[in-house]
Design a protein around this ligand. Structure first.
Ligand SMILES: CC(C)(COP(=O)(O)OP(=O)(O)OC[C@H]1O[C@@H](n2cnc3c(N)ncnc32)[C@H](O)[C@@H]1OP(=O)(O)O)[C@@H](O)C(=O)NCCC(=O)NCCS
Length: 277
């Protein structure tokens, strides 16, 4: 694997000046660190065939059940890339990794030595997949392409808190769309970190009370999870996408890396950069 230090955009809503000048490019998770990887989900048919071979039998069966080829292909590349990243962190061959699933479908590592320690989460949409990894703390990540959502106000009124819904409904059109996606991705990141999926009502917790004053890390209280503390931050890694990360046990030291190409013969990663969030 090639680890080449090259400039990358600051993935949080911090100004570029806040990016640490040094690169660290190792697949080693220190306690307190959160690694976020961004990878493309496009691959040639040839590459995809080789990537599919890294999937377990149940993953291959799931791939075969997708109705649309586009969804199947994206699932194969995103899952194979997940296996390759986890392989780097655990030292286990990607096709030998065993994943298990929580009661609401959250994938986890099923390896006694590293599985309990390494927590991860994945989101894929459009051209990208995002991966979050951390040690002994749950993580959740969500990515959405920025787009017009005709029912945004109705969704906000039905699924967001009263204040969040007001922030969306009372804003100008452009502001309203920005706020909707910030709140949506943050909420999705929270429910994915907790692992409940949409079985937890999205209006149970609030992810912003003033978008103008959102800090890079926002502490979120989830009433049904009184024993855990959660923090969210936005990830701005590509112009037309919005994304958010949620971590258990408060803010952490954030690192961001890019996988250049999903192709098996050229699994090319740009070094992880520390971000002072
Ligand atoms: C998992 C969930 C929470 C989010 O899924 P999503 O936003 O559609 O898709 P994402 O790409 O962000 O996440 C999918 C990945 O999350 C992971 N995942 C699955 N279940 C999960 C769970 N309970 N908790 C955390 N992660 C989960 C898997 O890795 C999955 O990838 P895979 O399909 O390749 O296996 C899902 O429960 C869901 O149905 N979401 C609906 C989204 C929605 O309608 N939101 C409205 C907000 S206004």
């Amino acid at each position: 694997m090639l680890l080449a230090p090259r400039p990358t955009r600051c993935p949080t809503n911090q100004p570029l000046g806040a990016v640490h000048p040094f690169l660290i490019a190792r697949f080693v998770l220190e306690p307190g660190a959160i690694h976020v990887w961004c990878a493309p989900v496009a691959a040639s048919e040839f590459a995809r065939g080789r990537l599919a071979a890294l999937l377990s039998a149940d993953e291959q069966a799931r791939a075969a059940r997708f109705h649309f080829h586009r969804d199947r292909d994206r699932y194969i590349v995103a899952r194979a890339t997940l296996r390759r990243l986890l392989g780097e962190y655990t030292g286990v061959a990607p096709d030998q990794l065993i994943l298990r699933y929580g009661p609401h479908g959250k994938p986890e590592l099923d390896h006694p030595e590293s599985g309990r320690a390494i927590q991860f989460n994945v989101s894929h949409r459009g051209e990208y997949a995002l991966y979050a990894l951390a040690l002994r703390r749950r993580v959740g990540i969500d990515i959405e392409p920025l787009r017009a959502v005709s029912e945004a106000q109705r969704i906000a009124r039905s699924h967001f808190t009263h204040l969040e819904s007001r922030l969306i409904c009372e804003a100008t059109e452009e502001e309203s769309r920005e706020r909707f996606f910030r709140i949506w991705t943050r909420k999705e990141a929270v429910i994915k970190a907790v692992g409940t999926g949409l079985s937890m009502p999205l209006n149970e917790f609030q992810v912003t009370d003033n978008p103008e004053r959102d800090t890079s890390w926002q502490v979120v209280r989830v009433p049904s999870q009184p024993d855990a503390a959660w923090a969210v931050c936005d990830l701005t890694f590509a112009e037309r996408y919005r994304a958010a990360l949620c971590v258990e046990a408060g803010p952490g030291e954030l690192f961001f890396g890019r996988v250049q190409t999903a192709d098996l013969s050229a699994f090319d990663t740009l070094g992880l950069r520390p971000i002072l969030a």
